[in-house]
Design a protein around this ligand. Structure first.
Ligand code: HEC
Length: 171
């Protein structure tokens, strides 16, 4: 008897479920797209059109080679303005050069380069006073006691200390 009741109940529940699923109207889920997505979607389309138009050489004339040539021309112009590696007249570099001189050269040449163990660097120079001569004296050293500073200072700082010397000499 208990079993029968159980069966009956189960049937009733199934019946209910069946009824619910038998709704005659077919309802399609129709949620509207969130506004943010729509905006993004159209923005993406606009972007793609803009991108294709502006980077297609046949349309906009854009070309990687043209851009490359423009950049190279600009770089070449900067190069031509100053000889490579020279800091002549560059006040910042001369300031740094002064500090480099104080730390590395003053012990032998005196703080104002007027000479001590090493010669006076503001007077006539045995090995030449053109920029390239000065660079060579400092980089490679000179036989009678002038050490080479290239390993210690590197080209760049030698350029700065030479610019400082040139300023002293031109006073
Ligand atoms: C250990 C001492 C000593 C130090 C440090 C030193 N010098 Fe000299 N320097 C000399 C001597 C000595 C000479 C002369 C060399 C010769 O006549 O062959 C000389 C020569 C030179 C010359 C060539 C002068 C000429 O008559 O042509 C220059 C330029 C020079 N030094 C610059 C520097 C600079 C810049 C520094 C620092 C980066 C420096 N020196 C550090 C001792 C020194």
């Amino acid at each position: 008897m208990n079993g029968m009741t159980g069966t009956h109940k189960t049937f009733a529940i199934n019946q209910q479920e069946t009824d619910m699923n038998d709704t005659p109207e077919i309802q399609e889920g129709h949620n509207s797209i969130p506004k943010g997505w729509l905006v993004f979607f159209f923005a993406a389309i606009v972007f793609v059109i803009w991108y294709v138009v502006s980077y297609t050489p046949a349309i906009s004339g854009w070309s990687f080679y043209k851009k490359y040539e423009q950049e190279m021309a600009a770089a070449a112009k900067n190069e031509a303005a100053k000889p490579a590696g020279s800091y002549a007249g560059n006040e910042n570099a001369i300031g740094e050069g002064k500090e480099i001189f104080a730390a590395n050269c003053a012990a032998c040449h005196n703080a104002d380069a007027s000479g001590g163990i090493g010669p006076n660097l503001t007077a006539a120079l045995k090995y030449g006073s053109a920029e390239k001569d000065l660079v060579e004296s400092v980089s490679k050293g000179r036989p009678n006691g002038m050490p080479g500073f290239l390993p210690q200072l590197g080209q760049d700082r030698i350029g700065k200390v030479v610019a400082f010397l040139e300023k002293l000499r031109n006073k």
